[in-house]
Design a protein around this ligand. Structure first.
Ligand code: HEC
Ligand code: HEC
Length: 334
């Protein structure tokens, strides 16, 4: 017992001396201190005056993004419990569920504090509060499951939303927060037969920069224009979504409906697909996530009350039709 108390006291001294305060700290220019050379102050129980060989304990590297005064370490940028905040002046204060509250994943890690989302997740900014709550409820009840059950980004979404420590209050706060944000379009939709060659890196495409090319075929290939900024979770990162030649015009024609079973998209999603009384805005939003959702309605993995309205819409659509519709919706101004 006594031995343990002494060990704890020594630990407390060691922590205070080295200056580690908390596992999460808010990003600020002062966070550079984390990467500073460890203090050489002797710790009780150590041989004094022995300088710490800093090279043997390589620390994290602090980085920034263009236009931000803040710095975050590379360790923090990959910590799913933290929403890396680069431009706090561009959004209101985040509630705990969005900002990060150990041991849960932060909503803002994947959806970003600005709600721009990333091609592997979904943009939440500017979606109606009730819609966000309904989707969370559908995911918790199992009415909405993943269109590809092995898609890891989605598995982590479900683990987060179903986590026993996530309260209804947390979800309400996140829904209120994201619905209050203005959605900003970050994706250019470009029709092309041939595109830069791509590799994948953790659920996203990376464009080759050496000039290698590949045919697009019947796919949407969407990726960040600057992979390094994307990796740093810079919310100003822009994206290009390559879509097949002619797909935007074909999507526009399909969006008018088929005159019988398929109503026009605007009849529910509103003029310019900017959102209607019945359905959320889809204009200008990332293209691949929209395709994934059309596909989800089609194969029946989205079955909440709202999804029932989408089932007849997708019933007669081929995958190519859904590529065209996603390309069209993504090409519009939000
Ligand atoms: C590990 C990454 C990750 C985390 C953390 C995460 N999400 Fe998601 N989220 C996703 C992915 C991926 C999807 C798309 C799922 C699909 O394909 O159905 C998604 C979809 C959603 C949607 C549906 C959006 C739409 O337009 O239909 C909502 C709402 C949502 N997330 C809310 C949240 C909230 C609230 C939290 C925090 C409690 C959270 N997410 C945490 C990755 C994440
Ligand atoms: C009869 C009304 C109705 C029509 C017509 C309709 N939608 Fe929808 N759509 C909805 C509703 C309601 C939702 C929300 C579904 C939910 O709550 O799960 C939705 C959701 C979506 C989503 C997913 C959005 C997200 O954030 O996850 C996409 C993409 C979409 N619709 C595209 C289309 C396209 C493209 C068309 C035209 C071909 C279309 N919709 C026509 C009612 C409609």
């Amino acid at each position: 017992m006594i031995g343990q108390a002494i060990r704890q006291a020594l630990m407390a001294i060691a922590i205070a001396t080295v200056g580690i305060t908390a596992p999460i700290f808010s990003g600020n220019a002062g966070s550079a201190a984390l990467a500073a050379t460890p203090s050489a102050t002797p710790v009780a129980g150590q041989t004094p005056a022995e300088p710490v060989p800093a090279w043997a304990f390589p620390g994290p590297l602090n980085k920034s993004v263009p236009g931000s005064k803040l710095a975050w370490s590379d360790v923090q940028m990959f910590d799913r419990a933290i929403a890396v905040e680069w431009f706090p002046e561009e959004h209101p204060a985040m509630p705990p569920s969005v900002k990060g509250r150990m041991p849960l994943y932060a909503c803002g890690y994947c959806h970003l504090p600005e709600g721009a989302g990333r091609p592997e997740s979904a943009p939440l900014a500017g979606l109606p509060y009730e819609y966000l709550l309904q989707q969370a409820a559908d995911m918790r009840s199992g009415a909405r499951v993943l269109p590809d059950p092995s898609y890891f980004a989605g598995i982590n979404m479900l683990l987060t939303i179903k986590h026993p420590q996530l309260t209804q209050q947390d979800i309400d706060d996140a829904a209120r927060y994201y619905s209050s944000l203005k959605f900003i379009k970050h994706t250019r939709v470009i029709e092309a037969a041939e595109i830069p060659a791509v590799t994948t890196n953790a659920f996203v495409y990376v464009f080759d920069e050496t000039g290698k090319r590949e045919p697009l075929g019947e796919r949407i290939i969407e990726g960040p224009d600057d992979f390094e900024r994307f990796e740093r979770r810079d919310p100003h990162t822009t994206f290009t979504a390559y879509v097949p030649v002619g797909s935007i015009a074909r999507g526009a024609a399909l969006a008018k409906g088929n005159g019988s079973t398929r109503l026009s998209c605007e009849s529910c999603h509103g003029e310019g697909l900017k959102g209607g009384a019945l359905a959320p805005p889809i204009a200008g939003r990332p293209v691949t996530p929209q395709f994934r959702q059309l596909y989800a309605f089609k194969i029946g993995t989205r079955n909440g009350a709202g999804a029932l309205l989408m089932h007849p819409v997708v019933a007669d659509l081929s995958q190519r039709d859904m590529i065209d519709l996603a390309a069209y919706a993504g090409s519009l101004e939000p």
